[in-house]
Design a protein around this ligand. Structure first.
Ligand code: C2O
Length: 579
């Protein structure tokens, strides 16, 4: 081999180096390192007349805003000063080769940061622009540990839509009067559904529709007539998909999950936990009223209880009287809480921009096909106390994909993979199809018990993957916002009922499908996604309703290194927490 190798002449070498430098230079010159420090402490907060101590970053709720430009390196030094383990996830950031900074719950890519410990998340933000967010990814801590992560285009690169006059991050959340950690702990003990939240919030504020909500706890967006505002929306709620609307104002969606979309208008948005959306709102030139209500309310088909409240924020025109009658603003019309048709109409509107500058690189052929049945199931009660649990028919609630309920490992899967020591940590046999096919959206099978395991799908580098995610109605059909770490995927098809491999494939959109990191498996329906494994590591895919994640609605892809040096997982940082 050595004998066949040709040597580059010095002149040739010089030219090659010069070329590389020239091509890389603008990028290098522009890319910066942005450093943040996250001090996690307990902070005292009052909402709905309840004062309590909550985990918070730098004493703030919601947490601090992170702003980077595409191409930047981001370093977040985390100090854990609360009495609980914690990890942070940079939701939607691809983490190319830097899986050590991904941070998902308990032991997928790292051991947790223990009380008193520190860890620096260190990664680059490449090929993404728009709104993402960060959140704790341990148990239900993200109820209060979250904030926006804004990715501006590189300096001098305009948006592919008219520049808004102002940009406003707007995080939709969920407030619990109780301690969310106690809520999930109790649910897991009894086997039943958890207690639900007490309010929805806008940037942490519940607004005037709730009893005992201070007037100062209302989020107000002050606008000038005729100006255009870009709302950077994030659904940070724990367990609820949400409808969102602004009375008498139409919204234009321009971006989703840090990818541009073909702009489209809507009166009501649907946004699932984990998803982000940038929308343009143009203030009327001569508004018919000095203030308008902004509303969020849940979308759900759960058989259990849910927080069936509506939260209000205020769109207030400049010059409006200081104390406009906040409590009496007419709310915008929202669909009924279970209006699955409205949700399907809305999600059908998303298309990639698919322009010359932002092409949609949709895979047209597929190397590996998967079919995952997604939904709730049950575990036997096995309670030695009184022999009955509070799940369906005295069982315990569980959730699964292909009937496997994910067991959280006790040691980092990524570490195990890096050291090629899998035994006792994971098994590489997650099923590609359900073990027993059945009528997924029809009569449920007799046995609804799930199996358990830390089972993953191993994939070679550069494999084109298609996954059809099929909702099941085993314990009531309900939509599941599935989130994939480490990748954006194309949503090539969706529909109601059972997926039909013979006919549904013909209806796929392979031209301009939307690219996202979180997509809802429709209630009693299916969705097909495609991605190419260009990012080595261990990547969890899970339902972003935290209660379902706690019940095991997750699996992981193990993507092997590619042959080239720049296709390999980087070594772990020296400060990575030990188990
Ligand atoms: Cu936003 Cu695995 O999460």
């Amino acid at each position: 081999m050595a004998g066949g190798r040709r040597r580059l002449s010095p002149a040739c070498l010089f030219l090659a180096v010069a070329l590389v430098v020239l091509v890389a230079l603008p990028e290098l010159a522009a890319a910066r390192t942005r450093r943040y420090t996250f001090n996690v402490t307990m902070a005292t907060v009052t909402r709905l007349c309840v004062t309590k101590s909550i985990p918070a970053v730098n004493g703030r709720f919601p947490g601090p805003r992170i702003v980077v430009r595409e191409g930047d390196r981001l370093v977040v030094q985390v100090h854990n000063n609360i009495n609980s383990n914690v990890t942070f996830h940079w939701h939607g950031v691809r983490q190319l080769r830097s899986g050590w900074s991904d941070g998902p719950s308990s032991y997928i890519t790292q051991c947790p940061i223990r009380p008193g410990q520190s860890y620096a998340y260190d990664f680059r933000v490449v090929g993404q622009r728009g709104t993402l967010w960060w959140h704790a990814h341990f148990s239900w801590l993200r109820a209060t540990l979250y904030g926006p992560l804004l990715i501006l285009p590189p300096r001098g690169v305009p948006y592919p839509f008219p520049k808004p006059d102002r940009e406003v991050p707007l995080m939709l959340g969920e407030w619990f009067n109780a301690d969310p950690e106690a809520v999930i702990k109790q649910a897991l003990q009894t086997g039943g559904g958890p207690n639900v939240s007490d309010a929805y919030t806008f940037n942490g504020l519940p607004g005037p529709t709730y009893n005992c909500s201070a007037a100062s706890d209302t989020f107000k967006l002050r606008v000038k007539p005729g100006r255009t505002y870009m709302l950077r929306l994030v659904n940070a709620a724990l367990n609820d998909e949400l409808f969102f609307a602004v009375a008498s104002h139409t919204l234009t969606v321009v971006q989703a999950d840090a990818s541009y979309v073909k702009p489209f208008t809507a009166d009501t948005l649907v946004i699932s936990p984990g998803q982000t959306m940038d929308v343009l709102l143009t203030a009327a030139a001569s508004p018919s009223s000095p203030a308008f209500a902004i509303a969020v309310a849940p979308y759900t088909n759960t058989v259990g209880t849910f927080d069936n409240t509506t939260a209000i924020a205020v769109l207030e025109y400049d010059g409006a009287p200081q104390q406009s009658a906040l409590r009496n603003l007419p709310p915008p019309a929202l669909p009924l809480y279970n209006d699955t048709g409205a949700v399907a109409n809305f999600s059908a509107k998303f298309r990639s921009l698919a322009s010359a500058q932002y092409p949609a690189l949709v895979p047209r052929t597929v190397d590996r096909r998967f079919f995952f049945a997604v939904g709730l199931g049950a575990d036997p009660c096995q309670s030695r106390v009184n022999g009955t649990c509070q799940g369906p028919n005295g069982t315990r609630f569980a959730a699964s994909m292909n009937n496997v309920s994910f067991t959280m490992p006790r040691t980092s899967l990524l570490q195990a993979h890096y050291q090629r020591r899998y035994s006792g940590v994971l098994t590489a046999n997650f099923p590609a199809v359900p073990p027993v096919p059945f009528n997924y959206t029809g009569t449920p099978p007799n046995n609804t018990f799930v199996t358990h395991g830390t089972r993953v799908v191993p994939l070679n580098f550069n494999t084109t993957v298609e996954v059809v995610l099929q909702d099941t109605s085993i314990l009531g059909a309900e939509s599941h916002p599935l989130h994939l770490h480490g990748y954006d995927f194309f949503v090539v098809g969706q529909g109601f009922g059972n997926y039909d491999a013979n006919n549904d494939t013909d209806k796929y959109n392979l031209v301009d499908p939307v690219q996202r990191n979180t997509i809802s498996v429709p209630t009693a329906g299916w969705v097909a996604i495609r991605f190419v494994t260009d990012n080595p590591g261990v990547w969890i895919m899970h339902c972003h309703l935290d209660v379902h994640l706690s019940w095991g609605l997750a699996m992981a892809w193990l993507v092997n290194d590619g042959p080239l040096p720049n296709q390999k997982l980087l070594p772990p940082p020296s400060d990575i927490p030990r188990c």
